[in-house]
Design a protein around this ligand. Structure first.
Ligand code: HPA
Length: 281
């Protein structure tokens, strides 16, 4: 028996089939790389040779983004000659979606052919060596969400009941990102991302605690999608744009405009970095 509100895999497969059938009726594109674009990063798709788009609100069972800075469509095309699908707009727990709803698009991308997932987000920096406008390659994460997309029945043909969390963020890809950043003369930070619900930013005491737990950056996304992708055996590369600093002993007010402004200003650098990494994959 599934707990109320948690779907069985029969239901999940049925919904995945209906969603992918609709997408296949719109495009026969076969992406191997899925890219999730975070807050203020929607125009990362410049540089993609477009092959088609499908709006989220047309796809059966797909959640619809409520955040204004997110476009809400799947974009198919070639990046450096590789077939990619981009999620322009993602789903956050703070919007009211369940973890299974957040997982759904990641599972759809797997059905479409995704082998590698690249994920980006806007995050608050807690490592004092960081500054706003830095890019951090994610080496590991801490799940501070009050749940997990894998809670509920498991389909052993889709993924393990108890996935081990060894090298969730592919080490080869971290090395690749380092090499590409060096070639592009880009200062690339590395670190641990902690994901929690939001929508409040953190208090000074919370920043101190999270830093003490070993996190370098904090945000409200990424962890549920990454757990979902890891469960289904995707290789993962993740980046955070450090949009503001959360230093417990040096707090400043931080507005959404600041976050989006810094994300947009840093976007061209992240776009080139992602393009370089895709080229090297
Ligand atoms: N916390 C703090 N600062 C941030 C966040 C967050 O979750 N996201 C972007 N900047």
């Amino acid at each position: 028996m599934a707990r109320e509100g948690i779907q069985t895999w029969d239901q999940i497969h049925k919904q995945l089939n209906e969603a992918t059938e609709y997408i296949h009726s719109q495009t026969d594109f076969k992406p191997t790389i899925g890219i999730i674009l975070g807050t203020g990063l929607g125009s990362l798709v410049d540089g993609i040779e477009m092959a088609g788009t499908v709006d989220y609100d047309k796809i059966p069972h797909f959640p619809v983004s409520t955040v204004e800075s997110h476009a809400g469509r799947l974009l198919f095309g070639y990046l450096k000659g590789k077939p990619v699908v981009c999620m322009q707009g993602r789903f956050h727990y703070y919007e009211g979606y369940s973890f299974q709803q957040i997982a759904f698009p990641v599972r759809v991308m797997k059905k479409l052919g995704m082998e590698t997932m690249i994920v980006s987000n806007a995050a608050g920096g807690m490592n004092p060596n960081f500054r706003a406008g830095d890019i951090m390659v994610i080496k590991d994460h801490i799940n501070f969400f009050p749940g997990n997309p894998l809670i509920g029945p498991n389909d052993d043909t889709w993924g393990d009941r108890f996935p081990d969390m060894y090298e969730v963020y592919n080490c080869g890809y971290v090395t690749l990102a380092r090499d590409v950043a060096l070639k592009q003369n880009l200062r690339l930070q590395e670190g641990v991302y902690v994901g929690l619900t939001g929508p409040c930013l953190e208090t000074s005491a919370e920043y101190r605690m999270l830093r003490g737990f070993g996190a370098d950056a904090v945000g409200m996304s990424t962890v549920p999608e990454v757990i979902t992708a890891h469960h289904q055996h995707n290789k993962i590369l993740g980046f955070s744009i450090i949009t503001d600093m959360g230093l417990a002993d040096n707090m400043h007010p931080c507005s959404l405009e600041d976050v989006i402004g810094t994300a947009s200003a840093t976007e061209p650098k992240l776009r080139d970095l992602i393009a370089g990494c895709v080229e090297g994959m």
